[in-house]
Design a protein around this ligand. Structure first.
Ligand code: 3SK
Length: 518
C-alpha cells in the first residue's frame, strides 16, 4: 500500500530498542562498537544534524565510506530523515565519482577520511554539491572551502542534539539507491523502497538464513554492494543480531584474522574469495565459529564448494541475487544443499524461464530467468529505455540463463549473453568451468567464445594455475573431453597470471573474450 507509513531505519533500530534489546551489541569490529540504544541515539542525532544543515527529505546523500559504525549510522540517519542513501563503491577514481555524483544529483556527500582526496577531486566536477561531511581523522580537520561547505561528521552529530522527529516515509518512499553496471556498461542507480528492506529480511534473512539475535554476521562484500548491505546491516539489525564491520580492504589473511578474533556465526563471501581462502594458508579450524557460510555474486562451482567444506568443515549455501532485486531470490537452504546448483526459489519470490520468443521452457531446458517479488527495485534512475527492458511489469529480467530440474532446483548456465554456440549447439561456460576446476592444476578459470577464421564460435578456456601447479593445456583439453560431451571441450587453453575481475570480484568476461581473441 503506497501510503502506509514505514521507515526502514525505525524498523531496523528503534524497534529493537522498543523491544527491550537496547543494551545488546548492534555493531562491533576494529573501528568500534555500539549497542542498539547507542545506535538509535546516534542515528536520531545525525538525522537532526543533517536536517539543520539544510538536507531535505527525498534528496540524495551520496556516501563514499569504508565499513565502520559511522557508515551504518549515516545510512540509517539519511533514511530516518526521509532522504535517500546512495552508498557508492570506494574504488572509483575522482572522475568516475564525479560522474555518479552528477548522475544522482546529490547535493550532499559524506566520506571517511581515506577517500577525502578522491572526493575533493570529484567535487571539482560536481558543482551541485553544497555540503561535504567528513568523518573524523584523528590528526586533521578538513580544509574549509567556499563551496561546498565542509563539516566534520562528529560536529553534525553534536548539532543534532536530542532526537528529532522521524520523517513520515511510506513503504514506497525511496530509501536507497545502489549503482550497478553489471559486468559491462555505465553505472545506473537501482532505486529501492523503504519496504524492500523489510521484504529482503522476511524472505531471505528470516526464512533462508534463519537469522536470530545470537548471530554475528561478517561479510566480505562491503556495505556499498547490495549483497553487503543486506549481510552487514539489514539482516543483523532486523533480527537484533550483531554486525561485524571492518574498514580494511578484504584480503584472505585479513579476513581470516578477523574471523578468528570476532568469531562470526554467519560468513558471507563470493566464489572468488572462497577460492582465495582455499589458496591461502588459513588454519583448518579458522571458521570454527561459523554455523553457515553464504556464497553469492556468481554461481559457486561444485568443486570450490567441495574443497571448502572438506577443509574448513563449514557448509556453504550458494544463492542468486541481484542489485535490482536488492538481495538473494534463489538459494540453497541450510541442510538442503545441492553443490553446483543455485538452489530453489526463496519463499516470497516467483521465477520463470522463457525462451528467446518469450514462451515458457520445460523443466530441463535452458531459458532466460525472470523473477518477481516485493523487493524488486522500482527502476533505474533516469534510464527509461533500460528500465523498460529490465523491469517488465512485475517481472525482472535477470539476464541469466538457467535450467530448472523437475525437483525445482535451478542451475546456472551463465549470463544469457555469455552462452557459446559451438557446432550449432549451446554450450554453458559454467558447465565447462566446473569440469576444469575438477583438475588439480586449475585454480580459477573462465570459458568464453572465440570466433575462428570461419566465423564459428568455439569454447576457449582461460586458466589460472592452482598454487604450486603447472597447467598442461593438452592434458586439460583431454580431461574435459573425458568428462563432457566432446563438442563442449575447450579447443584451446590460455594460461593467465590472473583473471580480470570487476570491483565486486566477478569475472569480466568481456575482457576475457578480448584476451582470447588476441
Ligand atoms: O552481486 C550479486 O550478484 C548479488 C548477490 C546477492 C545479493 C545481492 C547481489 C547484488
Amino acid at each position: 500500500m503506497t501510503s502506509e507509513s514505514f521507515n526502514a531505519s525505525v524498523f531496523l533500530v528503534d524497534r529493537q530498542v522498543e523491544a527491550g534489546r537496547g543494551d545488546r551489541t548492534a555493531i562491533t569490529g576494529p573501528a568500534g562498537g555500539l549497542t542498539y540504544a547507542e545506535l538509535a541515539a546516534h542515528v536520531a542525532e545525525l538525522a537532526t544534524g543533517l536536517q539543520s544543515l539544510g538536507v531535505r527529505p527525498e534528496e540524495r546523500v551520496l556516501l563514499v565510506m569504508s565499513d565502520r559504525p559511522e557508515t551504518a549510522i549515516t545510512i540509517l540517519a539519511v533514511m530516518r530523515m526521509g532522504a535517500v542513501a546512495v552508498p557508492v563503491s570506494t574504488m572509483y577514481n575522482g572522475t568516475e565519482l564525479a560522474t555518479l555524483i552528477r548522475d544522482s544529483r546529490a547535493r550532499v556527500v559524506v566520506a571517511t577520511p581515506e577517500f577525502a582526496p578522491t572526493v575533493q577531486e570529484a567535487l571539482l566536477g560536481a558543482p551541485e554539491v553544497v555540503l561535504f561531511v567528513l568523518t573524523d581523522a584523528p590528526d586533521r580537520r578538513p580544509a574549509q572551502s567556499i563551496r561546498p561547505t565542509v563539516r566534520l561528521w562528529s560536529d553534525v552529530l553534536e548539532t543534532g542534539g536530542q532526537a528529532g522527529r522521524t520523517y513520515d516515509t511510506w513503504r514506497d518512499s525511496s530509501a536507497l539507491w545502489l549503482y550497478t553496471s553489471g559486468t559491462t556498461g555505465a553505472p545506473k542507480a537501482a532505486m529501492h523502497r523503504h519496504g524492500a528492506i523489510q521484504d529482503v529480511y522476511e524472505t531471505y534473512g528470516r526464512q533462508v538464513l534463519g537469522i536470530r539475535p545470537e548471530d554475528r554476521c561478517f561479510s566480505v562484500a562491503r556495505l556499498f554492494f547490495a549483497y553487503g548491505i543486506g549481510n552487514s546491516l539489514f539482516f543483523p539489525l532486523a533480527a537484533g543480531a550483531t554486525a561485524i564491520l571492518d574498514p580494511a580492504r578484504p584480503t584472505p589473511g585479513g579476513v581470516i584474522a578477523r574471523v578468528m578474533e570476532e568469531r562470526p556465526t554467519l560468513f558471507f563471501a563470493g566464489p572468488t574469495f572462497f577460492a582465495a581462502l582455499l589458496a591461502s594458508d588459513a588454519p583448518d579450524d579458522a571458521f570454527q565459529s561459523v554455523r553457515l557460510a553464504v556464497s553469492a555474486g556468481e554461481a559457486l562451482p561444485a568443486e570450490i564448494y567441495r574443497r571448502f567444506t572438506d577443509r574448513f568443515g563449514v557448509d556453504i549455501i550458494d544463492g542468486l541475487g541481484s542489485t535490482e532485486a536488492l538481495h538473494i531470490f534463489v538459494s540453497n537452504h541450510p541442510g538442503r544443499v545441492r553443490p553446483g546448483s543455485s538452489g530453489t526459489v526463496v519463499p516470497g519470490y516467483e521465477a520463470k524461464l522463457l525462451d528467446d520468443f518469450g514462451a515458457p521452457v520445460k523443466d530441463g531446458e535452458p531459458g532466460h530467468l525472470y523473477v518477481r517479488g516485493d523487493s524488486v527495485a522500482t527502476g533505474y534512475w533516469c534510464r527509461t529505455a533500460t528500465t523498460r527492458q529490465v523491469f517488465q511489469g512485475e517481472w525482472l529480467r535477470t539476464g541469466d540463463t538457467y535450467v530448472r530440474g523437475e525437483d525445482g532446483f535451478y542451475q546456472c548456465l551463465g549470463r544469457s549473453n555469455d552462452m557459446i554456440k559451438a557446432g550449432g549447439i549451446w554450450v554453458s561456460p559454467m558447465e565447462v568451468e566446473a569440469r576444469l576446476l575438477q583438475h588439480t592444476s586449475v585454480g580459477e578459470c573462465a570459458v568464453v567464445a572465440y570466433v575462428d577464421a570461419d566465423g564459428l564460435e568455439k569454447p576457449v578456456a582461460c586458466v589460472v594455475s592452482a598454487p604450486g601447479r603447472t597447467v598442461d593445456a593438452t592434458e586439460l583439453i583431454g580431461f574435459c573431453r573425458d568428462g563432457l560431451a566432446s563438442f563442449k571441450r575447450p579447443r584451446e587453453v590460455l594460461v593467465l597470471d590472473e583473471l580480470p575481475k570487476t570491483a565486486t570480484g566477478k569475472i569480466q568476461r568481456v575482457v576475457v573474450r578480448q584476451i582470447a581473441a588476441d
